[in-house]
Design a protein around this ligand. Structure first.
Ligand SMILES: C/C(=C\C(=O)SCCNC(=O)CCNC(=O)[C@H](O)C(C)(C)COP(=O)(O)OP(=O)(O)OC[C@H]1O[C@@H](n2cnc3c(N)ncnc32)[C@H](O)[C@@H]1OP(=O)(O)O)C(=O)O
Length: 265
C-alpha cells in the first residue's frame, strides 16, 4: 500500500520523425512528418518510453505499482481521463524533456465498485520552453471489478465517421507508445484475467483521434479534455462523432465509449 511521498521523474528523448511517420502510417495516413515539423497534438505519447526490465513489470505488463505509481491495493488499471494544454507545438527531430509528477490520489465508490484515481501531471519542454502540459487520470479497481454500466451516446452528430480497430493496429499503437498493458494485444489475458469481451482499444488512441478531428474541424488546438466511459473492443463497428466543440466515440451498440471537448475560450 502507498506510504511514500509521491514521486517526480524526468525523461529525455529526441522526437524522432521516423517514429512520428510510423504513427501516421498506423493511423492510415501518408507518412509525411520530417525533422523540424510540428507534431500533431497528443503525438508525444509515442516518445519518452518507460522501458523497464522484465523483473520490475506487474502481471498486467505495466511497470509494477509501488514505484512511480503508488500501490493502492487495487490491481486493475484503466485509462480514465485526461487534459492537454498545448502552449506551443512540439517539433520533430529535437530533444525534449518530460517532467512527470504524481499530483494525488482520490478514492471513490462508483456504481461498478471501488475506484482509485491517480492524477499524473507531465510538463514537456523543448529548448527550455514549456510546450505541453498534460494531466492523466489513471483508475485502479479490484481484480474482479465488473464492466461499468453502459451509458447511451448522443445519437445526432454534425460530423461522424466509422472507426473499427484491428488487433494489428492495437499492437502497433502499443509498440509505438511502449505500452505493455496486455489488454491491448493478449486476447486470452484481456478476456480471462481482466474480464473484457476482447482486446481493448487504448483510451489515449481514442483521445488522439478526437483531438485530430478537433484540429481538422476547428484548427489549432490549445486545451482539450476527455474521459473514458466504457471500453471499446477491437472489431466493434464504432463511430467517431463531433458537434459544436464536443467529440465522442459511440460503440456498436450505441453506448458512449469516450468523450472529449475543447475548453471554452
Ligand atoms: C492505455 C491504458 C489503458 C486503457 O486504455 S483502458 C481503456 C480505456 N479506458 C476506458 O475504457 C475507461 C472506461 N470507463 C469506465 O469503465 C468507467 O467510467 C469506470 C472508470 C469503471 C467508472 O465507472 P463507474 O460506473 O464505477 O463510475 P460512476 O459513473 O459511478 O462514477 C463514480 C465517480 O467516478 C467519477 N468517474 C467515473 N468515470 C470516470 C472517468 N472515466 N474519469 C474520471 N472520473 C470518473 C464520476 O464522476 C464519479 O465521481 P463523483 O465525484 O461524481 O462521485 C493503460 O493502462 O495504459
Amino acid at each position: 500500500m502507498h506510504s511514500k511521498p509521491y514521486q517526480t521523474q524526468s525523461t529525455i528523448d529526441i522526437l524522432d520523425p521516423t517514429r512520428a511517420q510510423a504513427l501516421q502510417a498506423t493511423l492510415g495516413q501518408e507518412p509525411t512528418i520530417q525533422s523540424g515539423d510540428a507534431l500533431p497534438p497528443f503525438a508525444h505519447h509515442i516518445y519518452f518510453w518507460d522501458a523497464k526490465t522484465p523483473d520490475v513489470l506487474g502481471a498486467d505488463g505495466h511497470p509494477a505499482t509501488g514505484s512511480f505509481i503508488p500501490d493502492l491495493g487495487l490491481p486493475k488499471r484503466m485509462w480514465a481521463a485526461g487534459r492537454i494544454v498545448q502552449h506551443q507545438p512540439l517539433k520533430a527531430g529535437i530533444k525534449a524533456e518530460k517532467i512527470s509528477t504524481v499530483e494525488g490520489v482520490t478514492r471513490k465508490d462508483g456504481q461498478s465498485g471501488q475506484l482509485a484515481f491517480v492524477r499524473v501531471r507531465h510538463d514537456i519542454k523543448q529548448r527550455h520552453a514549456l510546450a505541453v502540459t498534460e494531466w492523466q487520470e489513471l483508475v485502479y479497481r479490484p481484480a474482479d471489478a465488473p464492466t461499468a454500466a453502459p451509458k447511451p451516446a448522443p445519437t445526432v452528430a454534425a460530423h461522424s465517421e466509422p472507426l473499427n480497430f484491428t488487433s494489428t493496429q492495437l499492437f502497433r499503437y502499443s509498440a509505438l507508445t511502449f505500452n505493455g498493458h496486455r489488454i491491448h494485444y493478449d486476447a486470452d489475458y484481456a478476456r480471462d484475467v481482466e474480464g473484457y469481451a476482447g482486446l481493448v482499444v487504448h483510451g489515449p488512441l481514442l483521445a488522439h483521434l478526437m483531438m485530430q478531428l478537433a484540429t481538422t474541424l476547428y484548427g489549432g488546438l490549445t486545451d482539450f479534455s476527455y474521459r473514458g466511459a466504457s471500453p471499446l473492443i477491437a472489431g466493434e463497428a464504432a463511430t467517431l462523432c463531433a458537434s459544436d466543440g464536443h467529440f465522442w466515440v459511440r460503440g456498436e451498440d450505441g453506448r458512449l465509449c469516450s468523450s472529449g471537448q475543447i475548453a471554452a475560450a
